[in-house]
Design a protein around this ligand. Structure first.
Ligand SMILES: Cc1cc2nc3c(=O)[nH]c(=O)nc-3n(C[C@H](O)[C@H](O)[C@H](O)COP(=O)(O)OP(=O)(O)OC[C@H]3O[C@@H](n4cnc5c(N)ncnc54)[C@H](O)[C@@H]3O)c2cc1C
Length: 501
């Protein structure tokens, strides 16, 4: 999968037609750093009116090129966030390897067609949609595990579900998400949270190497020893900013028996919240937990729920939860001991497309009583859609803090939780209802800043976030801009919240 260390690119003097005739594999070799990229500069100076020759692109690909009207086009174009589904590409290149990705980058620059990478399509802000060329790497989804070393090699388009299937027979895991269809590319390049993160670090902490194709056609291996500056930058700021990743290498870890749990409460919510928070902040790193409070359409009151796993027996979980149960017994409770991958079947969801807007904030330490009251009060003020309004936190800490904020682009270390307020709706909600609900979400998000922080999770990417580069990257922003200038100087990889050159 990672065997192309010297890349094949067309010589300066080849026209696109000659290049295509010769085939990408037959053209000249390009050593890293060779100044033979003039053909690209030449191409980008072509007049923008030149009509893109989609048939040329199709002919240069090993995979297929889908154009509007093709049977699979609509399904492949659709993002998870349905409010962005009306932005349609002119073409979807279904890449089968690095050569296909490179051909897309060359062609798009030659014809000045904007492009985006698409892996799992789960960007909250629809940032893998475009009106130009979608470079779809989702067919590159192979996952190979070396049973002796525990090293996992993933294609750039693997999703959580491919990791689940490949890791299960080996009794090993990485830190993954619980949504099976989320792409590992987007997940790891923006950090990657999951129930294993406190015991084993974030997804990006377990990444040991990646392959990336840059705008100039070079394909680089990045690790702590090779292209280390770029390796630093992509672990937390890599999605759509520097190039297109075609492979990821992770060190997996062994997994055994776990206790999974799902519980709900509908009464004494502030007290239960506080007791759960006390328990969670003092719990061993083997506890992974999400706490949600939901205002649901048609429900008379709020519901507080927890979902998670403990690397240990259920008696240990029950001991941890005893002080919470003393405050109030849950209305519903499921507690089960399972092998790790059976536990993930209990915890996971498919992640089918929906209409939603999520706004995050990292928090340090415990939320105060006033913060808990504010959360409940804001949820009680939810104007209402046909779906739900939610506030939640994911427990952080543990191994996440083995790294300093500047050790890699993922800057958010030392926090106790990622919190977020979320709005879900459906097409049955009128624009006026939606506008009212969006105002509520903004107000809620703004009010929570005093209790949490101004920092937000770049993987819960939020098109309405103010000062988003500071919120996502904090003190690492200057170094990220320097990496952007070095690796994508023409700003080919661009979206509304991308790192500027
Ligand atoms: C239902 C759901 C559940 C989620 N659960 C979790 C969770 O448990 N933990 C967590 O941390 N996050 C979670 N997220 C957030 C998720 O990590 C981000 O939305 C992530 O960016 C999605 O990645 P993707 O590949 O699916 O998305 P895409 O939309 O394909 O890509 C996201 C961004 O990365 C870029 N990109 C995609 N592929 C590549 C590539 N190969 N090379 C370079 N850039 C690329 C895209 O251009 C885009 O800018 C969840 C999101 C959803 C919608």
């Amino acid at each position: 999968m990672h065997n192309e260390s010297i890349e094949q690119t067309p010589p300066v003097s080849l026209s696109r037609r000659q290049f295509l005739r010769a085939g990408t594999g037959a053209a000249l070799g390009l050593g890293l750093g060779l100044p033979s990229l003039g053909w690209l500069t030449g191409c980008t100076s072509l007049p923008p009116s030149r009509t893109p020759a989609w048939n040329e692109l199709a002919a240069s690909l090993q995979g297929s090129l889908l154009r509007p009207g093709a049977p699979d086009f609509a399904a492949k174009a659709r993002p998870w966030a349905l409010q962005y589904a009306s932005t349609l590409p002119q073409g979807i290149a279904q890449c089968l390897g690095e050569a296909d990705v490179r051909a897309c980058l060359q062609w798009a620059q030659a014809y000045k067609v904007p492009l985006v990478a698409r892996s799992g399509g789960h960007s909250y802000a629809g940032y893998s949609t475009t009106t130009g060329l979608m470079v779809d790497v989702s067919a590159m989804n192979r996952v190979d595990i070396d049973g002796a070393t525990g090293i996992a090699q993933l294609g750039g388009g693997a999703r959580n579900k491919h990791v689940y299937a490949a890791c299960r027979p080996y009794g090993r895991a990485v830190t993954h998400g619980r949504c099976k269809d989320v792409g590992v590319a987007g997940l790891v390049l923006g950090g990657g949270i999951g129930f294993n993160m406190r015991a084993h670090g974030l997804t990006c902490d377990g990444l040991t190497e990646t392959r990336i194709v840059l705008a100039d056609g070079r394909a680089l291996t990045c690790s702590a020893n090779e292209n280390a500056e770029l390796f630093w930058a992509i672990r937390g700021a890599g999605g759509g900013n520097f190039g297109i990743h075609t492979g990821f290498t992770f060190q997996t870890f062994p997994v055994g028996m776990y206790t999974v749990f799902a519980m709900t409460w509908t009464g004494r919510l502030a007290d239960v919240f506080a007791a759960l928070q006390d328990m969670a902040l003092a719990a061993p790193d083997g506890l992974g937990m999400k706490l949600s409070v939901v205002a649901k359409a048609g429900a008379s009151g709020l519901t507080l729920s927890i979902l998670g796993q403990l690397a240990g027996p259920q008696d240990e979980l029950k001991a941890l939860l005893a002080p919470v149960f003393a405050v109030r017994a849950p209305d519903t409770a499921i507690v089960e001991e399972r092998g790790y991958w059976d536990a993930q079947e209990f915890l996971s969801e498919d992640g089918t497309p929906e209409y939603s807007h999520e706004r995050s904030r990292f928090a340090r330490g415990a939320l105060s009583g006033a913060a808990i009251q504010a959360i409940l009060a804001n949820l009680r003020e939810w104007p209402g859609t046909t779906v739900a309004g939610t506030w939640k936190f994911f427990l952080m800490g543990g191994k996440i803090d083995a790294y300093a904020p500047t050790d890699m682009a993922f800057v958010h270390r030392g926090y106790s939780m990622i919190t977020s307020a979320e709005l879900e709706w459906s097409p049955a909600d009128s624009p006026a209802v939606l506008a009212k609900n969006q105002e509520w979400l903004s107000r809620f998000h703004d009010r929570m800043e005093q209790y949490t922080s101004e920092y937000c999770y770049q993987n819960f990417i939020d098109p309405s976030q103010r000062d988003y580069l500071h919120a996502y990257y904090g003190e690492n922003l200057p170094q990220l801009k320097a990496a952007k200038r070095r690796y994508d100087p023409t700003d080919l990889f661009r979206y509304p919240q991308s790192i500027p050159v």
